[in-house]
Design a protein around this ligand. Sequence first.
Ligand code: PLP
Length: 430
Amino acid sequence: NVNQELSELDKKHFLHPTSPIKQQQEHGPAFIFTKGDGVYLEDVNGNRVIDGMSSLWNVNIGHGRKELGQAAMEQMNELAFSSCFATFSNEPAIRLAAKLAEITPGDLSTTFFTSGGSESNDTAYKLARHYWILKGMPQKKKIISCEKSYHGVAMGATSATGLKPFRDFTNSLAPDFYYTEHLSAQALRETIEAEGPETIAAFIAEPVQGAGGVHIVSEDYFKEVRELCNHYNILLITDEVITGFGRTGKAFGMEHYGVTPDMMCLAKGITSGYAQLGGVVLSESIHKDFMERSNGTLLHGYTYSGHPMACAVALRNIEIIENENLVENARNMGEEMLKGFQWIQGERDLVGEVRGLGLMGAVEILSQGKEPLAPAIVNEAASRGLICRSVVFDNQDTLVFAPPLTINKQEVEQMIEILHDAIHAIEHNL
Ligand code: PLP
């Protein structure tokens, strides 16, 4: 039995990222996936499940798209890798940088490439601090982020992450990171005043918090944040690792708020997970300042910055998002998904608030101060054919969803039905 053999090898040799260690050791992997097709994943036993999370909020164009395999293969066969350090470059990286300048909001114009979201975050913090060194203000080095935020697991990204359990996992963090209450521009003003604006390099926030439980800000929040950053001479960095490339029903999350950041962190949907890639896009004026003031070397770079194959995959992925109107589909199907959540809310006493923006959604479970129930609902839903995720940080008991942007109405209905039945089953067992 292949499943059993793989399961034993997995338990013994594979230390999983962000995993419940005890459960993993006892039971092994719940699914060993072998195939993907659209919104569906299939495992080694032939079980088909809806990938209601686009895996890790990233498989935006859905699974099994041969065009991306083709793009990767063509580039691999032509030029699999060459360096982008110093004055070396390659065509896919150049064309992708130009494409990002075209599709990102406002005057965002120039990209530094990474291999993922954590690296994008660490890069943004370092570039922000270097920017102030170049401007003759080296004391501006603090980074302010939001409570409940998630920015990744590199040392800087962990330090900026507002979800405390991620920071407590290790007992020494990077210095000069501070946190402010999420959703409140007034709280940010107070934090800036308390810390001293002359010591602050940047403020970073997700347009919609993802891992923290899909929290959506008020319409004015980012306008007020932008004004505060301008007023206090602080860079605004937005982390669009989840919200980029159509997830929220706009090409980029900040388009909902009409605000352009100084730097934007990207990853995930940039390749829909078909290759490892991320980036930080700088505004034209920040980039210009960098170029005019720097006469040394930009001493920051990853071996895989501007990886030709990953960039070729990203270009094809963006073309698919555009040609198939997936941003619009995310907006329309997001409305259907939210209506579905509202229907479940009416049917099931266990359901509290429901939220959504495009294809990012959340359903709160009313555990009434008792043990959270969302993890049991996640397991029940998985056994019935739907993958979703629970968020139990900060006394939350919430389910979150982010299906592929290719999802159709029937598939949304299937998702909603399974979710309803899973909640009903757990309710019944109480
Ligand atoms: N930023 C946000 C908002 C994320 O959701 C994530 C990952 O979930 C990251 C950064 C980290 O990205 P990666 O896991 O690619 O390093």
